[in-house]
Design a protein around this ligand. Sequence first.
Ligand SMILES: *Cc1c(COP(=O)(O)O)cnc(C)c1O
Length: 364
Amino acid sequence: MLQTPFYLIDKAKLLHNMAVIDRLRDGSGAKALLALKCFATWSVFDLMREHMDGTTSSSLYELRLGREKFGKETHAYSVAWADHEIAEAVGHADKIIFNSIGQMERFAGPSAAIQRGLRLNPRFSTSGFDLADPARPFSRLGEWDASKIMQVIDRISGFMIHYNCENADFDLFDRQLTRIETEFARLLDRVSWVSLGGGIHFTGPGYPVDDLAARLKAFSERFGVQVYLEPGEAAVTNSTTLEVTVLDILDNGKALAIVDSSIEAHMLDLLIYRQEAKLPQRGDHAYQICGKSCLAGDIFGAARFEAPLAVGDRISVADAAGYTMVKKNWFNGVAMPSIAIREPDGTIRLVREFGYQDYAVSLS
Ligand SMILES: *Cc1c(COP(=O)(O)O)cnc(C)c1O
């Protein structure tokens, strides 16, 4: 039995998502690049590489990890490159996507040897949360003025347009893509590839994958472009749990269970986006599951169990792959969850443990 806390990646569940990605690639001709900012646990890249075309990145280190650990096609994107990064970035990348015309011009020389793209901001998105809305007022994420872009169109071969956020609504995707086709036709006619970014929840239950494939194919044929998708969450959704143990039980007007983990340290997005963790919900025994950091609001959420909880019980927190392991931190010095993989035959393999030394070397 492994010591908790640990993230447990279930390869069989990951393969389910990979099969959907295969179906989408086959039906659309689109290529799928893993967005490393969502998930960069490279121990399962051997499996993912069989079903995805490469990686995309948001920084030099992600870019390098994609090149070294995943291979295949490697896209380099960053909101802004520093002068001292650009030569190395170009060395790792098959394509480099600039966020602004200014960056593209600044690095025109060093990037001349590879294909260049530009981030196009369509000025609408599916995100209702301004923190994560690329189309928020005064957004810095990409260029949107078509006449300005037209003046530099000869220097680029493609666009990246990332505007979806966990969008499970195919009709909305379809309408918004039509809007892009209409508003930016002049630009799209001039390039050979278009990445539509991530945020399409096509591995979710009931998503019309074949309709999406057909829609992407029509887009690709209309403009004569290679389409890319950059799934992050969709690639890993539902594949991983965070395994924790109950350390204490209190009743302060509500039954509370404290576990050996923390949302601030190990599932930070729950805190940022004010969401509850996906916890067991069967039975008559209700508890609030709480983290062990000293942050008052370090609460995973409400759970129900068939029997009363006891110290030492194990709890699985579902959906702990995307935006979790990439964001874990040493707040409160809480023990960092290990990383384990459940192989398709059921055996569980520990692939990384963290200890006091890792904590100490993260500071100085
Ligand atoms: C965040 C991001 C992705 C991945 O988004 P998901 O919602 O995890 O699919 C892809 N491309 C870009 C440019 C991003 O910023």
